[in-house]
Structures are given as structure tokens and as C-alpha cells.
Ligand binder design. Structure first.
Ligand SMILES: *Cc1c(COP(=O)(O)O)cnc(C)c1O
Length: 439
């Protein structure tokens, strides 16, 4: 890549960067992969090597990289204005995108509140639900509804409010003293949700779920009908339902939103990751009119939602999101996805399921987790599989001992097949290396 060599970049990275979810002691021991360019569903490193983007650049790419329609929309917006504020002002891309999102979202959602990441979309939903109760109870300032029901192994982001609802001990246990109270429901078990609501419903301000699939938990798939049951239970106990569609939204499960599979209408819905097609950071919390109306009043009544991030509703990001939604229609993305979901399922059965190292495969739509058999502590099997996959030309990422495949919806059948093959080969290579010498 011209004057700056990969090794110089690698040395600088090690000197100045602190990477997310990364143990730097280990990071320094492996040569970093420096990605410089991307086209379609392929990433290119500084030495020109190509890799299939097997995790959609952390679950957010949808229509491929450098998509001409999205590129043009961002360029066009850039010529007008890169940023202006949503505090006291408004702008066309934010307005148009909100209209379009509400057309596509489950019925009953009528308002769009923007923020910048999945974590903030969840924070916003939590604060809205809490304040809505406080105001509907007529109490000044505080509510007797101070707790949330969340699912075991839940993941809703890394800010403190979202972490309070998180159930992944590895990420969250250390912060326990900083977190607010919440109640844990067993995922997929409607009876457990009923029990919690019956016992504690009076002090619960909302139930928060990742609909259908708990991504960061290792692609945990709920049994059919569970989401619908949770909705019905929330209705009978009068508790709002927050659906975190940050991972599942925008086609990941085969429908635009996971809620559609069970005809569920959440009271609040969080979206982020795929919203801009993987281009720019943007998130939204969609709410029902009932929630919105709970915040109306005279200014002196202090019913305002006092929350807003500086880059809320950034115009470039909104333009990318609007273009992303247009591409869904133009390219019939969801229609063309259905046969690819079938193929993915078949190839996983044929190529991955028979491997001795594989304990279980869980998938729904284009979200797939391959769980490897327990290894000795510190064996880093998942990580070693991703390194082996890289050498063969694919980027995958583990969650512990679960290898995640989450390709862009736009991936071709050939590339999809190649991704599954590479993953199978990588799992085999690592499994063979871990066997005792006699085998
Ligand atoms: C990734 C994720 C988040 C957090 O989104 P960020 O943009 O990383 O803050 C929240 N909820 C779910 C379900 C996610 O998968």
C-alpha cells in the first residue's frame, strides 16, 4: 500500500491503540490483520489478500461494501451537509428515514428517536419506559416500577444501563455493584416469564428481550411461539415489551424484523447494526404513540424526555440508512435471501455437523453459531479457528467456543458455500492439532 508498510502500521497499532474486547497481552503476539479496502462481501488487507466478510463486519453489513446506491446517497448528502443537530432543528434525511422505518416496522410503532449505537438505543428505551411509568403514576420524579425483566445470557450493549440488563457473566460480572436491579427470566421458558410477572409485575417497568435469537449469547435460538407468549404475558400484566432488534433487524432472520415471524408488536423497539447497511453509526428507538403521549405536557410539567446525543440523527448516517432500505426494495433482498438461508442450512448439515469437534449448530436465517466441544481452559479453540479461517481467506469471529457465521445478506451462493467450507476446514485443522500425538 505505497509508502507505509504493513509492518510499520502493525507496530504503530501496538504502540497507540486499545482494541475493544481484546486482551492486549495476546494481541501483541499475533500479527494484526490490517484491512484497507472492501468491495461487495470481500475485505482486502494491506498486502492485497482477499477475505470473505463472514461476520458482516461485526453483524452490520447488509448489501455488501461499496454499494453504488449507498455510496452515492452518502456522497450526495455530503455535498449538502455532513452534520446539523436534532436538538431544536430538524433535517430531511432524518424525517424521510423515520417515515420509511415506521412503514416497515411492526404495526403500532409510530415514533422514532435516534441515537448512535445499539447500546444507546437500549439505554433510551429503558429510560423511556421508566419515565413513562413515573409520569403515568402521577408521582413526581420517581416510580415504584424500578426493575426490568431480562433474559438469562442477554446482551444489550456495553453502557452501564445496557449492562444492567446483560446476563453474560464474562462481560458483566465485574460491574455488579454499579448495576441497577433486574429480574432474570429463563430464555424460551414462557412459564418462567409468567411466574416473574405474577410475583413482581407491580414493580416491573418493562420486559426486555432479543426477539427469536440471542446473538452474543452464542446464537441462542428460542423455541417457536416464545416471543408471542412473552407479548401476551406483557399484555395481561400491563407491562411494556422492549424488543432489542439491534442484531436481528434488517433481514438477519429472513424477515425485515424478527418480531414479524410471530406477528409481535413491541411497545418499544431498538435498531442499530444493520440500519445503515454497515456504513455509519446510527441507531433508533421506535415507540408506540401511547408511550410517546406519556411525555406530552406543558414545559413546566417537566415531562420532557431529557436525553440526546450530540450526533443524534446524523444526516450522513440517515442518508446511508435510507439508501439501505431502498436497496432492500430495489434488489428484492429478502426474497433472494430465502433460498440462501436454505442452502446455508443444508451446507451446515453436510459440511460442518459431521465434524467430530462440533457439538451443536444453532441457526436462524443468516445468524449461525457453531458450538465446539469443550476444550481445556485457555485452549482458545474458537480463536484458533478464526486464525485458521483467515489463512484460507475468510473472516469469522468466535464467541468463546462458538464460531459465529453472520454473512452479509448480499453474499453470493458461491461465496456462501466457500465460507462454510473454509469454516469446516479451519475447525478440522484446529481439532487435529489439539488431538494427542497418538491419534
Ligand atoms: C450489538 C448489540 C447491541 C449493542 O450495539 P452497539 O452498537 O455495539 O452498542 C445491543 N443489542 C444487541 C442484541 C446486540 O447484538
Amino acid at each position: 500500500m505505497g509508502i507505509v508498510s504493513t509492518s510499520e502500521l502493525a507496530a504503530s497499532d501496538r504502540r497507540v491503540l486499545w482494541h475493544p474486547f481484546t486482551q492486549h497481552g495476546a494481541w501483541e503476539l499475533e500479527p494484526p490483520l490490517v484491512i484497507e479496502r472492501a468491495r461487495g462481501t470481500t475485505l482486502y488487507d494491506t498486502d492485497g489478500r482477499a477475505y470473505i466478510d463472514g461476520v458482516s463486519s461485526l453483524w452490520c453489513n447488509v448489501h455488501g461494501h461499496a454499494h453504488p446506491h449507498i455510496d452515492a446517497a452518502v456522497r450526495d448528502q455530503l455535498e449538502r451537509m455532513a452534520h446539523s443537530t436534532m436538538l431544536g432543528l430538524t433535517h430531511p434525511p432524518a424525517i424521510r428515514l423515520a417515515e420509511r422505518l415506521l412503514e416497515l416496522a411492526p404495526e403500532g410503532l409510530t415514533r422514532v428517536f435516534y441515537s448512535d449505537s445499539g447500546s444507546t438505543a437500549v439505554e433510551v428505551a429503558l429510560k423511556m419506559a421508566y419515565q413513562w411509568w413515573a409520569q403515568s403514576e402521577g408521582a413526581k420524579g420517581t416510580s415504584r416500577r424500578t426493575t426490568f425483566i431480562r433474559l438469562r445470557h442477554a446482551y444489550h450493549g456495553d453502557t452501564i444501563g445496557s449492562v444492567s440488563l446483560g446476563g453474560i457473566d464474562l462481560f458483566h460480572a465485574c460491574y455488579a455493584p454499579l448495576l441497577f436491579d433486574s429480574l432474570e427470566a429463563e430464555p424460551g421458558d414462557a412459564a418462567d416469564m409468567r411466574r416473574l410477572l405474577a410475583e413482581h409485575g407491580e414493580r416491573v417497568c418493562a420486559v426486555v428481550v432479543e426477539p427469536l435469537v440471542q446473538g452474543a449469547a452464542g446464537i441462542l435460538v428460542h423455541p417457536p411461539g416464545y416471543l408471542r407468549s412473552v407479548r401476551e404475558l406483557c399484555d395481561s400484566y400491563g407491562v411494556p415489551l422492549i424488543c432489542d432488534e439491534v442484531a436481528t433487524g434488517f433481514g438477519r432472520t429472513g424477515r425485515m424484523f424478527a418480531c414479524e415471524h410471530e406477528d409481535v408488536r413491541p411497545d418499544l423497539m431498538c435498531v442499530a447494526k444493520g440500519l445503515t447497511g454497515g456504513y455509519l453509526p446510527l441507531a433508533a428507538t421506535l415507540t408506540s404513540e401511547r408511550i410517546f403521549e406519556g411525555f406530552l405536557g406543558e414545559p413546566q410539567e417537566q415531562r420532557t424526555f431529557f436525553h440526546g446525543h450530540t450526533y443524534t440523527g446524523n444526516p450522513l448516517a440517515c442518508a446511508a440508512a435510507l439508501a439501505t432500505l431502498e436497496v432492500f426494495a430495489r434488489e428484492r433482498t429478502l426474497e433472494r435471501l430465502a433460498p440462501k438461508i436454505e442452502l446455508l442450512s443444508r451446507w451446515l448439515d453436510e459440511l460442518v455437523a459431521p465434524l467430530a469437534a462440533v457439538q451443536a449448530i444453532r441457526h436462524r436465517g443468516f445468524m449461525c453459531g457453531i458450538e465446539l466441544h469443550d476444550q481445556a481452559p485457555g485452549a482458545q479453540t474458537g480463536h484458533r479457528v478464526t486464525v485458521a479461517a483467515r489463512r484460507r481467506g475468510a473472516i469469522v469471529r468466535p464467541l468463546g467456543d462458538v464460531v459465529v457465521l453472520m454473512p452479509p445478506l448480499a453474499i453470493s451462493e458461491d461465496e456462501l458455500r466457500r465460507l462454510v467450507e473454509i469454516t469446516a476446514e479451519a475447525i478440522n485443522e484446529v481439532a487435529r492439532a489439539s488431538l494427542p500425538a497418538a491419534a
